[in-house]
Design a protein around this ligand. Structure first.
Ligand SMILES: *Cc1c(COP(=O)(O)O)cnc(C)c1O
Length: 358
């Protein structure tokens, strides 16, 4: 029996800054970032603009604020954003698009979070005065609740072409874009090319404590600054935290390949267990989604027992189904942790099926 979490597969948000990252943060040169005078923030913004092949970038305190500021720039009240039914802004951002700006969201049913140009064509509202006006397409790379699947470049181009030829703008929630880059070998700027705006999260797999960086054209970023200010996202000596982002971009990108290998190992191990359904071939990055319904446990029971009896934490969202579990690998998870987590899962599912028989 244990009370504390020793292996945390809840999310890649649980990563903690490494000692080397903290030391780098310590030495950061700082200034008033609201005045544009923080050299470390400015450097981080230049690095991300360059990485994504955009004119400019803006450091914000969170990925959520990157999405909300971008939506506010692209849309007016009464406009509509087309995104996948499982998209983060629809479920986990407090209703931001509607609350902050009177923007509607039209969800489409993608496959593992990925929808097609045809589905966009069907969803478009551009002509009728009765309908809200479709103004933006928002896609998620990788698709979080889609199991970390990577949007193929071809699908991105087709979807963005339909959007642009109908007068819509395009936005990428790139919380895990660099996972896709590491998994496919396709450069970030290739993925970025079709988008009017996109951002990276520094606090997920990259392992920085805070922040996201939003990128786009000069004029887009000038407008996004207005919302950074309005939403309270303008900071002062933010170079201290921006430094962690610089360190992460320099040291933590290629290593994400290990997270992907560990996720694959986790899925392969889970696939061997009775009552657990998962297809290891569907695991492309650091996310593993599996179904424990056949063990007789609900997702909540499974997740709770794993923590209580083994100190292993997974996450569980009722929106994905009653017995769907998600595990995410990250820089705090080793290969041995995966072996330990699998042994713990085996004990839980075996005793559940014994109880189901008895
Ligand atoms: C985490 C996440 C966000 C929000 O980022 P925060 O930095 O937590 O605000 C947005 N979209 C996706 C897909 C995410 O995984």
């Amino acid at each position: 029996m244990t009370d504390s979490i020793t292996i945390d597969l809840y999310s890649d948000t649980v990563t903690k800054p490494t000692l080397a990252m903290r030391r780098y943060m310590c030495d950061a040169e700082v200034g008033d970032e609201q005045l544009g005078e923080d050299p470390t923030v400015n450097r981080l913004q230049e690095m991300v603009a360059e990485l994504l092949g955009k004119e400019a970038a803006l450091f914000l305190p969170s990925g959520t604020m990157c999405n909300q500021a971008a939506y506010a720039v692209h849309c007016q009240p009464g406009d509509e954003i087309i995104m996948d039914r499982t998209a983060h802004p629809l479920h986990f951002e407090g209703g931001g698009p509607t609350t902050l700006r009177g923007i509607l969201v039209q969800p489409v049913d993608g496959d593992h979070g990925i929808f097609t140009a045809e589905q966009v064509r069907e969803a478009l509202h551009t002509r009728s005065r009765y309908q809200p006006r479709s103004k933006l397409i928002s896609i998620e790379q990788t698709a979080n609740l889609g199991g970390g699947r990577c949007w193929p470049l071809e699908t991105i181009r087709e979807v963005c072409d339909v959007a642009h030829s109908n007068g819509l703008a395009t936005h990428m929630d790139g919380a895990r874009l660099l996972n896709a880059v590491v998994a496919t070998g396709i450069p970030a700027r290739e993925y970025a090319r079709s988008f009017d705006s996109l951002w990276l999260d520094l606090s997920k797999g990259l392992g920085a404590p805070v922040g996201g960086v939003l990128a786009g054209s000069e004029s887009f970023i000038r407008e996004a600054w207005r919302y950074k200010q309005l939403l309270g996202g303008s900071m002062r000596q933010a170079g201290i935290i921006a430094a962690a982002g610089i360190y992460a971009l320099e040291h933590h990108v290629e290593r994400m390949a290990e997270d992907h290998e560990n996720a694959k190992l986790l899925a392969q191990g889970l696939a061997q267990l009775p009552g657990v359904r998962v297809n290891p071939n569907e695991v492309e990055t650091n996310i593993v989604i599996f179904d424990v319904a056949e063990t007789g446990l609900s997702g909540e029971q499974f997740a709770r027992q794993m923590i209580r009896e083994h100190g292993v934490r997974f996450s569980q969202f009722s929106l994905m189904g009653p017995a769907i579990i998600r595990g995410i690998t990250h820089l705090g998870i080793t290969r041995e942790d995966i072996t330990t987590a699998l042994r713990a899962t085996e004990q839980i599912v075996r005793s559940a099926s014994l109880q189901a028989v008895g």
